[in-house]
Design a protein around this ligand. Structure first.
Ligand code: BGC
Length: 731
């Protein structure tokens, strides 16, 4: 529809072409004119060279505007958890500015774990304000690739294993961020589900898995109005994600009517004809040749620079396609840097720190608690804090999402602040080396000595808070490499066992963006999944440990008991990480909890699970009607009661199931959820609304969504193991 309106505008607009505003300004400069009119006006004034210049980088993070016409440059920044420090014009070195220390927001896995779209909205607003203040026009994020394996080094930048959860959570982030006159850049489209061989791997999967699992969150981002998208490094159908005929031209720009600009990942463009024809609008990279490693500043040699211009001049590439690219880039410029009433933004404010803290706190998931938590500050107990993640920076590494934070409150700092320095002892316990991008630096520590010291400290304490997990080094939670083990690294498992042997009151806190193996989970009295919490990570953790805030986070992905329990690891290497760079998604649509439930495998901790310091009673779900047709809305309601003694929030989740189906189905699929806040003793009626059409499956014969008729069962509860059910019929 949008496309038709645009075409009509274009036709009707020839009248306006080359028009001027009443004060004799060209139309494209008139902020009050409709964007499409400005685009057409600017386009028809531009030379071929000027149009091509819009299609590729002029520096690491910027593209030229049209200097002759006074159309400004576009500036970009990573993304997605805050605004990255300023990078040099033509190297990956930091520019050394002293005004670029940002607010670090929690990693996107943590945002997803809040299961609260309001948190996504305040996140998007605040990070958008920071990008705007730093004069960035495009924020490179959010990331939306589905969590397929817990080994993926970049899962922390994404929103979990479920398309419904990721889609609902991404929309408010995009809408609120873009209100600042900056574009979000949704990445990495698509199928960038592992970092191993990320530049080469060719993904094979069924059309159904593509449509039902891996694409819906991206479509939700388009529906939310995202102004730009970034391609993925990997291949699909033998073509790289940055110029892919099916993913970009057919689906994104065709079926979904995306009218924004499609930007390559850095060094993800591989040749001129494909880049010209298969949907790429802006080529970004690192060096002179469009590839990743090179030092000279020769952006003119990019695939979409001089080689493209020459091909256009020789008539080998179409001007119509070039005009489409230039239109999209101009549209992006008019939506952002030349937008009317663009706000000014704000940066590293106390308000933003408070937003980061609120989200980080709400995302923390309580996995186990036998009553040792909350640990109120008044008890006067001696606390032993053990573990590297109690003090290590978890923001200044990890790849492109690394941040230079204005402040980073460590767990140890916050624990000492709250419980009193005199009551807290600290021991590192284990240590790892610092490394990033393709390197693993060995630990410089004597592991035995660290362990002995930690055991000594633990023995004399009333309570042990072990704070470990993964970190942002290579082969942990870090770009350009997957994890090499599912269990906790650096000897942490053994350390946890030994700490539990000398002290009966151990609480384990895992800071990570991924699930880890928890064979030791029966030993500590409580387990907390704390994510990467950003600038206020320490405070967020103490808010939960102390009970100042009642935990309400829910897992956005399954914690498998063993790695082989994950569908991606249930087959041979061709399923993960691929053989000869060919990777087959053999688990098909059964990703995450769908696989576990289909195979009857018990999770260590299920998708959607998370405890609270209070208890909730969820009544039997009801619907107004029992029979529905395509196009109808379904509204399921349920009474939720806080039956405990403290206020808290609960996430009511609805999973659909089609018991008698003509095709293979996941036993349950998340269709709706809602977070509800309840005082102690309070009851509320919660409504879960969704469309009957959300129950459709992708039919590989007709290549379209089809709604199966018959009975459906909805399970309603507070995790993917929800037990209350309701049956309806689709006619
Ligand atoms: C990453 C992108 C990032 C870009 C720019 C690439 O290596 O994959 O996510 O936005 O670099 O830093």
């Amino acid at each position: 529809m949008k496309r038709h309106i645009r075409t009509l505008c274009l036709l009707g607009l020839s009248f306006f072409i080359a028009c001027t505003t009443p004060n004799n300004e060209p139309l494209y400069l008139n902020e009050n004119a409709p964007i499409e009119e400005r685009v057409e006006d600017a386009l028809q004034r531009m030379t071929l060279e000027e149009k091509v210049a819009l299609c590729h980088a002029q520096s690491k993070f910027s593209i030229k505007g049209v200097p002759r016409l006074g159309i400004p440059e576009l500036w970009m920044s990573d993304g997605p958890h805050g605004v990255r420090a300023e990078i040099e014009w033509d190297s990956w070195k930091y520019a050394g500015w002293s005004n670029d220390s940002c607010t670090a927001f929690p990693a996107l896995t943590c945002l997803a774990a809040t299961w609260n779209p309001e948190m996504a909205a305040i996140y998007g607003k605040a990070v958008g304000e920071e990008a705007r203040y730093r004069k960035k026009d495009i924020l490179l994020g959010p990331g939306l690739n589905i969590y397929r394996t817990p080994l993926n080094g970049r899962n922390f930048e994404y929103m979990g294993e479920d398309p419904c959860l990721a889609g609902v959570m991404v929309a408010p982030y995009i809408r609120e961020a873009q209100k600042n006159g900056i574009a979000t850049c949704v990445k990495h489209y698509a199928l960038n589900n592992q970092e191993t061989a990320r530049m080469r791997v060719n993904v094979h999967l069924s059309e159904r898995a593509l449509r039902e699992i891996y694409l819906p969150a991206f479509q939700a981002a388009v529906d939310a109005g995202a102004w730009s998208f970034m391609g993925s490094y990997n291949k699909y159908l033998g073509q790289h994600g940055c110029h892919n005929e099916v993913l970009i031209n057919k689906i994104l720009k065709g079926e979904w009517d995306f009218d924004g600009a499609f930007i390559s990942d850095w060094g993800g463009t591989h040749n001129t004809p494909q880049a010209a024809q298969y949907g790429l609008d802006i080529e970004m990279g690192t060096g002179s040749d469009g590839l990743t490693y090179s030092t000279r500043n020769h952006y003119d040699n990019y695939h979409l620079a001089l080689p493209y211009l020459d091909a256009l001049k020789r008539g080998e590439q179409s001007i119509e396609q070039l005009d489409d690219k230039a239109r999209r880039v101009l549209r992006l410029i008019f939506r952002t840097v030349m937008a009317k009433d663009r706000p000014w933004g704000s940066f590293a404010t106390e308000e933003h720190a408070a937003v980061a803290r609120q989200i980080a706190t709400e995302g923390i998931v309580l996995l186990k608690n036998d009553g040792i938590l909350p640990l109120t500050p008044e008890t006067g107990k001696r606390i032993a804090v053990i573990g590297e993640n109690a003090t290590r920076t978890l923001l200044r590494a990890g790849g492109s999402s690394e941040l230079k934070p204005h402040r980073e409150i460590s767990p140890l700092q916050a624990i000492e602040e709250l419980y009193g320095e005199e009551l807290v002892d600290y021991a590192l316990g284990y240590g790892s080396g610092h490394s990033s991008y393709g390197r693993v630096n060995p630990s410089p520590y004597d592991a035995e000595a660290l362990k002995r010291e930690a055991i000594d400290v633990a023995q004399t304490a009333d309570i042990v808070l072990f704070i470990g997990g993964l970190n942002k080094s290579h082969q942990q939670d870090c770009e350009d490499g997957d994890r090499v083990q599912y269990g906790l690294p650096f000897g942490q498992e053994e350390l946890i066992r030994e700490l539990c042997a000398v002290n009966p009151n151990v609480v384990v806190v895992i800071l990570s963006g991924n699930a880890v193996e928890t064979t030791w989970s029966h030993l500590p009295r409580a387990i907390v999944q704390g994510w990467y919490g950003g600038s206020e990570a320490g405070h967020a953790l103490t808010d939960i440990l102390s009970g100042a805030v009642n935990p309400s986070g829910k897992l956005p992905f399954s914690f498998y008991a063993r790695l082989e329990d994950c569908g991606a690891h249930a087959f041979d290497e061709s399923c993960y990480p691929g053989v000869d760079d060919e990777c087959y998604y053999k688990e098909d649509i059964l990703v995450g909890y769908r696989w576990l439930q289909a195979k009857g495998i018990e999770a260590a901790y299920s998708f959607g699970y998370g405890l609270s310091y209070t208890t909730f009673e969820i009544g039997a779900p009801t619907a107004k009607r029992t029979t529905y047709r395509a196009g109808d809305q379904i509204s399921v309601s349920v009474t939720v009661k806080n039956s405990g003694s403290v206020a808290g929030k609960e996430v009511i989740q609805l999973y659909a199931s089609k018991p008698e189906s003509a095709l293979m189905r996941a036993p349950r699929e998340l269709k709706a959820f809602q977070k509800v806040s309840l005082e102690a003793g309070e009851s509320k009626r919660v409504e879960l609304n969704f469309d009957v059409d959300d129950l459709a499956y992708w039919d590989e014969v007709s290549h379209s969504w089809q709604l199966e008729k018959g009975n459906y069962i909805f399970y309603v509860g507070n995790s993917s193991e929800a037990s209350e059910s309701l049956q309806i019929q689709v006619k």
